[in-house]
Design a protein around this ligand. Structure first.
Ligand code: SAM
Length: 283
């Protein structure tokens, strides 16, 4: 069954009485070039793939053709009667119904992918929780090699920006700390049913073996970074002094020590400069 064919998908959904739930970010892919390209970028025959949100299984099928095993986590229990029909021909797919933000993903990876050389995540993510899911995957330090996901174009640009450039934000800093990020290709809004109001992009995060900066207090650093980017239009001195009650004089002195101007904005600092500033202010 070619699930990326709009007529096939419409027929299937009509016969099952399925209607899209906007609250679950349900925009299904109807472009038959996208899923093969995502699956090619994500996995090989020795890979175990964790998919989040299979929908009717359009990406799941392509992953199953290329990977050793696929475990797909889906929140919408209405898909319980559809997925066995669309994925029945594959013997290397398991669907788990539940919330990807709440399930024990580490346990699932250990139980399901013990015989795989590597594990990766691949998904057309529900856009209402793109950043929380990505941060959850990274911060949980799951034993995964990469995360290849479809996200909103603007979210992709922020996630993959270089720290220290205009597009960067707190999430960029976090992603750069855990992974090397790249935008693979853009996807037009007309590639989905129903079409969302925005275009999309497929990004790949390759998880780093070692962090690019040394931090004594990782949690404290990310709290500091969130404070740095809380008010983007203000200078770093004003934003950090407001959010973390550090005196402006102390911040100015730290910036001078690092050779940075007092008027600098957080988005202009590199990852190393943010780490150095944090270490001076909170050591
Ligand atoms: N993979 C399908 C495709 O490409 O056509 C569907 C992608 S759709 C953008 C997102 C999917 O994620 C939906 O099937 C939705 O029900 C599911 N979903 C939403 N929130 C979820 C969550 N917290 N955990 C797991 N799945 C979720």
């Amino acid at each position: 069954m070619n699930l990326a064919d709009i007529n096939t998908l419409e027929r299937l959904l009509k016969s099952e009485g399925f209607s899209f739930k906007k609250s679950l970010g349900q925009n299904f892919l109807i472009d038959d070039t996208v899923c093969p390209a995502m699956a090619d970028a994500a996995c090989d025959p020795n890979t175990g793939v964790l998919e989040i949100g299979p929908g009717v299984g359009v990406l799941t099928q392509e992953l199953a053709k290329r990977a050793k095993r696929v475990v797909a986590i889906e929140l919408d229990e209405r898909l319980k009667k559809i997925l066995p029909k669309t994925l029945g021909e594959f013997n290397n797919i398991k669907v788990i119904f539940g919330d990807a933000m709440k399930l024990d993903l580490e346990g699932i990876i250990k139980d399901e992918f013990a015989d795989c050389e590597r594990v990766c995540v691949c998904a057309n993510l529900p856009y209402y929780i793109t950043s929380p899911i990505i941060m959850h995957l990274l911060e949980s330090r799951l034993p995964i090699d990469s995360v290849t996901v479809m996200v909103q174009k603007e979210a992709g640009e922020r996630l993959c920006a270089e720290v220290g450039t205009r597009d960067s934000g707190a999430v960029t800093v976090a992603v750069s700390y855990f992974a090397k990020a790249e935008i693979l290709f853009g996807v037009d809004r007309t590639s989905f049913m129903p079409p969302p109001n925005v275009d999309s992009a497929v990004i790949r995060l390759k998880i780093r073996d070692e962090a690019p900066i040394k931090l004594n207090d990782e949690k404290g650093f990310f709290k500091f970074v969130k404070a740095c980017f809380a008010q983007r239009r203000k200078t770093l001195v004003n934003t950090v002094s407001n959010s973390l009650s550090v005196s402006k004089d102390k911040i100015r002195a730290a910036l001078t020590e690092l050779g940075l101007p007092e008027t600098v904005r957080s988005e202009q600092l590199t990852l190393n400069q943010l780490a150095d500033l944090f270490n001076i202010l909170f050591d």
